[in-house]
Design a protein. Sequence first.
Length: 295
Amino acid sequence: MIGIVDAHHHIWLKADLPWLVGPMQPRIFGPYEPIRRDYPLAEYLDDIEGCGVVKSVYVQTNWANAQFEQETDWVQRTSDETGWPHAIVAYADFSADDVRPQLDRLKRYRLVRGVRMQLHWHENPHFRFAARADLCADPVIRRNVARLADYGWSFELQVFAPQMPDAAGLAGACPDVTFVLQHAGMLEDLTPAGRAAWRAGMARLAACPNIVTKLSGLGTFIHRNDPAHIAQIVAETIALFGPDRCLFGSNFPIEKLWTSYRDLVGAYLDAVKSNPGHRDAILRDTAMRVYRLVP
């Protein structure tokens, strides 16, 4: 089997996260009681056993904003002790007047390769995260994201289809920053009109050469591992971005709500089985390049 790079997983462990304490908060992936607990690295390694995963990227998990450095420090120490994960996408608040003091604190950690501040907003409050729909157009956000170029870090871009025009504007305003579009643009409206809006927005983002897209979280809005659904999104996304700008992410343990890791990987392998070049790019090579992973 090809060596797979999992470019989107979370290891949660006694982090006092919002979904681990207090009432269950609405999330875009629906009810999550089965994973409202620690998800230690040992469990993740059990989940991926036999699936061919050789590298992994940790993506921030919304600790309290003020604890952004503690989260990064904990993940770095976990990697130092175990060898996993192999890169970190940290958090910073890009709405601050100047994000650089936060980035300078993150610079201490050798595995940091990118930063995520979730900008997705939706009319449905259960899908909503950001305070406003138009943060991608906010001049403070744009100025701060552009500063990532000085650190050599990517920005993980998370938006819904109606926000994609502003997201393309953000990428255009920061040409020296690589953007990693989360969850292939989060297709949540599966009506013909919703699919058309998603395709139009994705085409607009694909026209920005500094955007790559992550094929992850495709079960988020259907709450199941559907190989046909995955194959369709993978095919359409490849047609727009090309395989060298697409990468796989498991989004575990969230997808563990409805599938096993082995079955999830199997669905992606089926989606690209007819083209080994596409398979290698999506499941390994693009992530290796974007996150500067050492072979």
